[in-house]
Design a protein around this ligand. Sequence first.
Ligand SMILES: [Zn+2]
Length: 354
Amino acid sequence: MPALDLTRSSVELTADLVDVFSVSGSEREITDLVEAALRPLAHLDVTRDGDAVVARTNLGRERRAVIAGHLDTVPVNDNLPSRLDDHGILWGRGTADMKGGCAILLKLAAELTDPAVDVTWVWYDNEEVASELNGLGRVSRNHPEWLAADFAILAEPTDAEIEGGCNGTLRAEVRTTGRRAHSARAWTGDNAIHKAAPILELLAGYHARDVEVDGLVYREGLSAVGIRGGVAGNVIPDECVVTVNYRFAPDQSGADAEGRIRALFAGYEVTVTDLAEGARPGLDDPLAQAFVASVGSEPRPKYGWTDVARFAALGIPAVNYGPGDPALAHADDERVPVEQIERVEAGLRAWLSA
Ligand SMILES: [Zn+2]
């Protein structure tokens, strides 16, 4: 593979990165290229952990921002190499998710030798696979000091809009119990499925909260996502389990959310099976406000869970901002408008040059 040339445009660099195969678990080559391109730059302090590269400016600025992107992609399906069409659309695996963002970071890391805030640039591996493999999570465990900052931007695809924070998610099993009996003499048993009716009524009638956090309105959701029960066609069942998923606004911690669910289903056996914290957008911070003003677009709340929550866990407010339509992220016809790559580059450049 030829070395990356950081004097090429961010659009050309996007195509260069897309053409380096880097499905999760195979990021060695692309990480080597990124590291080799950054090492010679005297204004950056470059370190590496596995297939994650961290490059920091150390200008002694009062504030520091982390700007990060993952280098891995979901599996290729006949959609490489990249192809630029006549309408300014770049096609191929990784164009939207998220080599456009990674290319912009490389370009700006090389060119902004004197940014308005100190910047920690991060490119990492294994975002598209199981959470315990996530490169950003690994760096935050091995070297939390590398990620220390006041504000974080993740260049995941957002159609070049700012999407702040994210909702947290909790899954719990709500269980009813009863007593088995032959259904021919149902009155001798105690039907656990019938006893689930109030749980379902509560869920069906539940009014989801709309919560304003740092100026963005997050809509919550509380839904049954599964139900199981039943022994046989002639047996009164002695157990029924309703699985609920609570998407909670980032004004609550995971512990708050768990408390709310336990209070709501008081009197039932409740087992939490999965819990991921949400993330505040941190848009009340002057650093973030300057970013929003530079970009010049109205921020939106992020409903799905993303790696911004890993920054939140470190106490760093974080937003998503990157080129590409998130709905196309894993599609075979993945693509990105060149105009969005240029717009995000200009937005970040304006903010960091202010
Ligand atoms: Zn992604």
